[in-house]
Design a protein. Structure first.
Ligand SMILES: Nc1ncnc2c1ncn2[C@@H]1O[C@H](COP(=O)(O)OP(=O)(O)OP(=O)(O)O)[C@@H](O)[C@H]1O
Length: 776
């Protein structure tokens, strides 16, 4: 094996060791270097023979253009210097220690794409860098993951930067296309036709070519795979590649050929394996469809793209947990969205219509004003989300969890070339297993939390309803008292009027006395009905109260279930991580073995042992997930389902009480109103009798024995002596006085009824509707 000689090389201001290679490109190598005076780290690009295919002055023009660029998302070109010994030019750049996006995507961890937050950073930085180039009138023309570098910011978040401006000019000669060769998967179909298929064409390549490349790059970063895949790969099947990109239907974001000469399969959605949330996919997919559009009339403009990216990145995330499927969701909302908008978005992801969504957060109903913007909502997180359930029919028949990709077939043969990619696939599967194990634990923790929160909500609802029942009791008693007062008055008036009207045969007075009787007819029966229904309310209330508050049956039912499922203490994630570390170590070893091309006998034996261990470790991780973690998750889900079904049963009882209370309350209010009217009417009638001419002209007379009083009064109260005129006047005055007193007490009674009414209607907290029982 040839030993490479490590050398220290330098220019007037920079020094580097040839051992510190950052990467190698078609035109040269990039080393880690330092400024001689400041010691600052930098990247030094040296050139090989290939680079001389491009005239030096062309190269220098390119670098001079780049020297002027200054933006957070463009790799800064610091200097162009010459090595004194060789007189070769080197380029000094800001160093990006995180490597290129290409190397990041090549890691098994990212085989199914980057996770959402990292993807958003790529999106933000690439769009910002592109926007800057656009402002400077530069079209990059060679955007691809390999030309997007990663730095680590002071907050330890990634910063992505565009680099390699070698193609950032008009492509008018063969030589320039040479530099593009090798990046064809990302090329706009027009450029592909010219650069790869070598067909002459008169088109100039504007900013849209960059947009297309961004589309392919974003798809790659989101999924870990390229969007347009001819059978055998783009390099082998160039015509099919061109066909895919040019015949792609609008709206499709990928086209794959699964068999030789087979038909093309289009898709308008991102694959299931991708790690992005449903909420984010819903935003990203139309954007990808807009920029992966070869019809220039339909393709998005850069302004549209930039506006949409800005809009997406400014959105707030509301973390939602759909209890019926045990799914963690991310709902992307505009900061100005109202609650109705949020409910619509929740409906899209949960299939629960807005009117049936019950949201619980932090032990309370998620109660926000309907006009409050989403930006003012309390902060949610994956482990502290808003729990959403369907308050009419929560279906617990489908728990969602991630299915793992299949492990590759191992075989018995030994091959350095094949074993490294095999180990890479293995590592990517175990990575997925690790993430899925963590997701399962999170889902279970949230399910357990949901039960606790729901207990709090139901306890509060029960307490509220108990108070409501008590208040209704006061209201009903009040009405009953008012009725008694009316009846007492009626009796009193009857007695008094019997005295006053004794011997009067005026039909008018008799009619009025009849009207007085009508005012009280049937009221007692009606009141009795209200009292009976209220007693029923109390009985039902007691039933639920005993179960929810007194015996705390719901808590009791859950008590021993807290240990079901996977817990933090089971260390499921750590166990998977342990295996993952071993699998990744094997992958790195196999990668090294592959680069060595040949192994010694002992090294080969070790490699073989490692391969056996790799297989065992993969099976261990995958079976722990499939045979232990998933069944435990399902077990907990089943318990949660059972518990919620019981809770919903009590909830229905509560709703029934709410309904009953509402009925009794309405009837009692009606009765109170009716009584008040009756009292007023009673007063009017009595007044008119008292002031009637017949009574005014009535002189003292002996009561005829055959005249019965118009209103039944006990015989003992019939006057034995005829009344004098002054006695009549006196009696009239005392009737009026009694009436005034009663009026006053009726007004007081009405006041307290009003107060009770102001205490509001009866509803479960937040106006909940349960199983078709309306409340509130
Ligand atoms: N500024 C930098 N900081 C750290 N690493 C870098 C930097 N620039 C380049 N590299 C590394 O060096 C590798 C080669 O870079 P280079 O630009 O020479 O390759 P290339 O994209 O193939 O371009 P070309 O085809 O023009 O040579 C990159 O893939 C990257 O890993």
């Amino acid at each position: 094996m040839m030993q490479t000689v490590v050398q220290m090389r330098s220019t007037p201001h920079y020094v580097w060791s040839t051992a510190d290679v950052l990467g190698q490109g078609a035109t040269g190598s990039v080393f880690k270097g330092r400024h001689k005076k400041t010691g600052d780290l930098c990247a030094i690009k040296t050139f090989n023979q290939m680079s001389f295919m491009r005239p030096v002055d062309v190269q220098m023009r390119e670098f001079e253009m780049v020297l002027k660029l200054k933006h957070r998302n463009i790799v800064k070109l610091l200097d162009i210097e010459e090595e004194p010994s060789t007189r070769q030019k080197v380029i000094v750049m800001e160093i990006c220690t995180g490597g290129s996006l290409y190397t990041i995507l090549d890691e098994p961890e990212n085989a199914y794409g980057l996770h959402e937050e990292e993807f958003k950073l790529v999106m933000k930085d690439v769009a910002a860098g592109m926007n800057y180039l656009r402002e400077k009138g530069i079209v990059h023309r060679d955007l691809k993951p390999g030309n997007i570098m990663r730095c680590i910011g002071e907050d330890s978040l990634s910063i992505y930067k565009l680099t390699d401006f070698g193609a950032a000019r008009e492509l008018d000669d063969e030589e320039q296309f040479m530099s593009l060769y090798g990046t064809e998967e990302y090329l706009h179909p027009d450029m592909y036709e010219r650069a790869v298929l070598r067909r002459p064409m008169g088109k100039s390549f504007k900013a849209t070519v960059d947009l297309w490349s961004i589309g392919v790059t974003f798809y790659h970063v989101a999924t870990g795979s390229l969007p347009f895949r001819p059978y055998g790969g783009a390099r082998r099947n160039k015509e099919v590649m061109f066909k895919i990109t040019t015949e792609k239907p609008s709206g499709a974001i990928s086209g794959i050929q699964h068999t030789e000469d087979g038909r093309l399969e289009w898709s308008r959605a991102l694959p299931k394996t991708c790690l992005l949330s449903r909420g984010f996919k819903d935003l990203l997919t139309p954007l990808l469809a807009g920029i992966l559009e070869c019809d220039s009339m339909k393709m998005w403009t850069f302004e549209m793209f930039f506006e949409e990216v800005t809009k997406i990145l400014n959105m707030d995330i509301i973390h939602i947990f759909n209890i019926s499927t045990a799914t963690s969701l991310r709902v992307y909302v505009n900061p100005t969205d109202t609650f109705a908008n949020v409910q619509e978005l929740v409906a899209v992801q949960t299939d629960i219509p807005a009117a049936r969504q019950e949201m619980i957060f932090d032990s309370y109903h998620f109660a926000v004003s309907h006009t409050d913007p989403a930006s003012t909502y309390p902060k949610t997180s994956p482990d502290n989300p808003i729990i959403v359930l369907d308050n009419v029919h929560t279906d617990f028949s489908r728990a969602e969890y991630r299915e793992l990709p299949k492990l590759p077939r191992f075989g018995t043969s030994f091959s350095l070339d094949n074993d490294a990619p095999l180990a890479k696939v293995c590592a990517s599967v175990v990575w997925d297993c690790q993430r899925s194990t963590a997701a399962l634990l999170l889902q279970q923790n949230v399910m357990r939390k949901a039960v606790k929160w729901f207990i709090c909500v139901m306890s509060r609802e029960t307490e509220q309803l108990r108070t409501d029942t008590h208040l209704l009791g006061i209201k009903v008693t009040n009405s009953d008292l008012a009725l008694r007062r009316l009846l007492d008055q009626h009796f009193l008036h009857g007695k008094m009027l019997a005295l006053l009207c004794y011997g009067t045969s005026s039909s008018d007075v008799q009619r009025k006395q009849g009207e007085l009787q009508q005012l009280v007819d049937g009221k007692r029966e009606c009141m009795q009905k209200i009292l009976d229904e209220y007693a029923n309310c109390e009985k039902q209330m007691k039933w639920v109260e005993e179960r929810i508050l007194v015996e705390e049956t719901l808590k009791e039912l859950w008590k021993d279930k807290d240990t079901v499922g996977t817990q933090e203490k089971d260390r499921s994630v750590e166990r998977t991580q342990y295996v993952l570390d071993k699998v990744v170590a094997t992958f790195l070893q196999f990668k090294k073995d592959k680069s060595l091309k040949r192994l010694s006998y002992n090294e080969e034996q070790i490699h073989k042992f490692e391969k056996q261990k790799l297989s065992a470790n993969c099976i261990k991780a995958v079976s722990a997930y499939a045979d232990e973690f998933v069944p435990k998750f399902k077990h907990l889900y089943a318990e949660v389902a059972r518990w919620f079904q019981k809770a919903f049963l009590y909830r229905q009882k509560l709703a029934k009480v709410v309904n009953l209370l509402d009925k009794v309350s309405t009837a009692s209010d009606q009765m109170a109103g009716n009584l008040q009217q009756s009292v007023q009417k009673q007063h009017r009638i009595v007044d008119s009798i008292l002031t009637s001419d017949v009574l005014q002209n009535q002189g003292p007379s002996q009561p005829p024995s055959d005249v019965t009083p118009p209103i039944s009064a006990p015989p003992s109260v019939a006057p034995s002596e005829p009344m004098s005129h002054s006695e009549v006047v006196q009696l009239q005055a005392s009737v009026r006085a009694v009436r005034e007193e009663i009026k006053l007490s009726m007004a007081e009674a009405e006041e307290s009824t009003k107060l009770l009414r102001q205490l509001g209607g009866f509803s479960l907290e937040n106006g909940i509707h349960v199983e078709g029982v309306a409340n509130g």
